[in-house]
Design a protein around this ligand. Structure first.
Ligand code: SIN
Length: 317
């Protein structure tokens, strides 16, 4: 069901990222420090917010100020709890999260899997620091507010470069360009144009099935391994010996792994490690006969980084 709440408030949770980054010089798009500005300062740089919001109030709260490459379990834990808290307030119509682009797709999927809340949760980011001559953060924030107020918004979304992406499909596809995100073959959910959302496809409902989150120090250890030419069994064996609890293999093509890994993964499973097989291909998903039993793992239709989160949450149950 799309967002039917009467919106009195929108909450913005800050986590840092380039959107809150500062460089010494305006033309510097790479030598900046992420997460320097508070979420309040980031919002202050957005012109015409009251024109978009009208009587709707904006509340902001700092959850973290980090470069998202360093995202950890304790920040995710706090973020999920704050999203649940704010989304549970009857007057809150949407929760926005300012976030770095580097692991945005992971946080988006984590929240989609842990926060079955009644309003949209929208991640917003930037590729250029706030100090840039022409920063993209303010426009992305304006667009995210437009999406927040749109009755068609639901689920966990990412808004960037005028596009609305679903948590399930969004991924960072370019390390530098402002238009850095893609939803691959699934396509974007919609476009923000001249202050309005043009939906291309309906935003999906929440799929969250993970309500209980143990304390971060109890989260299981799950790693992603990419199968490649010259792969060695020792990379699997070493992780198992070190106590890994789950492995997601970004397999070659349609779910195959290097022969060196087949037996290593069978050994890992025999020791209780849960192994999921995704693909390292950028598009699509592994397609196998339903009846196929695979000795070295279970196939997943998720991309490896998102599968890692789902497996971690499964192991927490
Ligand atoms: C980050 O992910 O925090 C830094 C990079 C970015 O936001 O583009």
């Amino acid at each position: 069901m799309a967002n039917a709440k009467k919106i009195e408030k929108i909450v913005v949770l800050g986590t840092g990222g380039t959107i809150a980054g500062k460089a010494r010089e305006a033309q510097d798009h790479v030598g900046y420090v992420a997460g320097e500005l508070s979420v309040r300062d980031v919002l202050a740089s957005v012109e015409g917010v009251s024109d978009i919001l009208g009587p709707v109030a904006l509340v902001c709260e700092e959850v973290a100020q980090l470069d998202s490459k360093d995202m950890d379990a304790s920040i995710w834990h706090t973020l999920a709890l704050r999203v649940r808290y704010w989304a549970g307030q009857s007057d809150v119509g949407a929760v926005l999260i300012t976030h770095g682009t580097d692991t945005l797709e992971e946080s988006a999927w984590f929240l989609a899997q842990t926060c079955a809340v009644g309003c949209p949760v929208i991640l917003v980011s930037a590729m250029r620091p706030a100090s840039a001559l022409s920063p993209d953060g303010p426009q992305n924030l304006r667009d995210a507010l437009v999406v927040a107020l749109d009755a068609g918004s639901q689920g966990v979304l990412a808004v960037s470069a005028g596009a609305v992406h679903a948590a399930r499909h969004v991924h960072k596809a370019h390390p530098y360009r402002v238009d850095a995100f893609s939803s691959g073959q699934a396509g974007v959910l919609g476009w923000v144009e001249a202050g309005k959302v043009r939906w291309q496809q309906p935003a999906g409902a929440y799929t969250s099935t993970h309500q209980d989150l143990p304390t971060p120090d109890q989260w299981p250890w799950v790693e992603v391994l990419t199968s490649h030419a010259t792969a060695k069994a020792t990379s699997v064996d070493a992780l198992v010996a070190a106590g890994v609890q789950g492995l997601v293999v970004a397999a070659t093509g349609n779910g195959t792994v290097h022969a060196q890994w087949e037996q290593a993964l069978v050994r890992a499973r025999a020791k209780g490690v849960v192994v999921w097989i995704s693909t390292r291909c950028e598009q699509g998903q592994v397609v196998r006969p339903q009846s196929e039993a695979c000795a070295w793992g279970v196939f997943t239709d998720l991309p490896a980084l998102k599968a890692r989160i789902s497996l971690m949450l499964e192991l927490m149950k």
